[in-house]
Unconditional design. Structure first.
Length: 255
């Protein structure tokens, strides 16, 4: 399946743009925004308030983007989304780095935070869904999160916007599984828990005891922990599995 998709140039275009999406949100702003504000003299609490405001506008932007994706060309939407994101990032260094000066950035970047997801998902379904329907077989593996299945302790993961969007992925997976079962297309999702990576190393070290207390296996996920579940869902071993949300979280959702 992956080989078939990789042969289509659209796959690489969507891969590249979504890589930019993740790099500029989780990889850039979510990780470095508060330290950057500190370098320009803005207190951490004030910077966190701006980041929280982005989260509010993110919910609005993502819902609005879903509405737009149902009615307008997704390629044109992505063009404007990435263009506006780029302009807001260009504007950021020249802002006054006060609550007032950053409000403009918070609104535009917040609205655009995960707004790229609905048109990207729609394009993926339209382009590759047609191929799978035509060949009367296919497997889709979505990446959800344990945060989309249960409420999270705000002292560990205080991100309503992220949890909301991952919850949407869970429900989309189940609904799409029912609708595409008639075409022999299996749709499942993996819901990872806390996995240790370079970008969350600092958060883990600062809250290690609280994070591990929520994980029955008492350790974070590692590099090899997702390989088996992905292979299972992509192989013939899961030919009678669809609409499943496979939690890979060390037992977090088993409490």
């Amino acid at each position: 399946m992956l080989a078939d998709a990789a042969a289509n140039p659209v796959f690489w275009i969507l891969f590249g743009t979504f890589f930019i999406c993740g790099l500029s949100t989780s990889g850039l702003i979510q990780t470095h925004f508060i330290p950057l504000c500190g370098d320009f003299g803005l207190a951490p609490v004030a910077a966190a308030s701006v980041l929280a405001a982005m989260g509010v506008f993110d919910i609005i932007g993502t819902i609005g983007s879903g509405w737009l994706s149902d009615r307008y060309d997704s390629t044109k939407l992505l063009f404007w989304y990435y263009g506006l994101r780029g302009l807001s990032l260009v504007y950021l260094p020249s802002s006054s780095f006060t609550l007032y000066g950053l409000s403009f950035f918070a609104v535009f970047y917040g609205l655009d935070w995960i707004a790229t997801v609905p048109p990207t998902v729609r394009l993926t379904a339209q382009i590759f869904g047609r191929v799978m329907i035509k060949q009367k077989r296919g497997k889709i593996i979505n990446i959800a999160s344990a945060s989309g299945l249960v409420g999270k302790n705000p002292e560990i993961h205080n991100s309503i916007a992220y949890n909301t969007t991952k919850g949407a992925v869970v429900n989309m997976t189940r609904d799409l599984a029912v609708k595409w079962a008639q075409h022999n297309i299996l749709v499942n999702a993996i819901a990872p828990g806390f996995f240790l990576a370079s970008r969350n190393q600092g958060r883990f070290e600062g809250r290690k005891d609280k994070i591990l207390a929520e994980i029955p296996l008492h350790r974070p996920g590692g590099a090899d922990d997702l390989k088996g579940p992905v292979v299972f869902l992509a192989s013939d071993a899961s030919n009678f599995v669809t609409g499943a949300i496979l939690s890979v979280d060390g037992g977090v959702t088993a409490w």
